[in-house]
Design a protein around this ligand. Structure first.
Ligand SMILES: [Zn+2]
Length: 107
């Protein structure tokens, strides 16, 4: 799975990682023993790894930004992408939800 605001790496391979949503340096937890994928968690597998999480990932504006980013990757329209990119930058600059957005229940 591609990481947006949470990443798993092998132990000690990265000093730091930036969030793909807001560009903030992620908080890191080193030497975690656990699953890093859905498949591994279903199979009760685990291994040692480092975990990087964006400190903003629980903020509503960050969730809106992430949803927008995922929609941007889905669209084939360059014009729409431009508009969405503007909204995305707006959200990240203000650190606020825009347009009365509410988190959808599907993700
Ligand atoms: Zn972030």
């Amino acid at each position: 799975m591609k990481g947006y605001d949470m990443f798993f790496t092998d132990r000690d391979v990265k000093d730091g990682m930036e969030c793909n949503v807001c560009g903030q340096m992620c908080d890191v937890t080193r030497r975690v023993n656990g699953p890093t994928s859905w498949g591994e968690s279903v199979g009760h597998g685990s291994h040692w790894h480092d975990e990087f999480r964006c400190p903003n990932r629980d903020e509503p504006w960050h969730k809106q930004a992430l949803e927008l980013l995922m929609e941007m990757e889905k669209t084939n329209s360059p014009s729409l992408k431009k508009i969405m990119d503007k909204d995305l930058k707006d959200i990240i600059k203000k650190k606020e939800v825009i347009g009365g957005w509410h988190k959808s229940f599907c993700i």
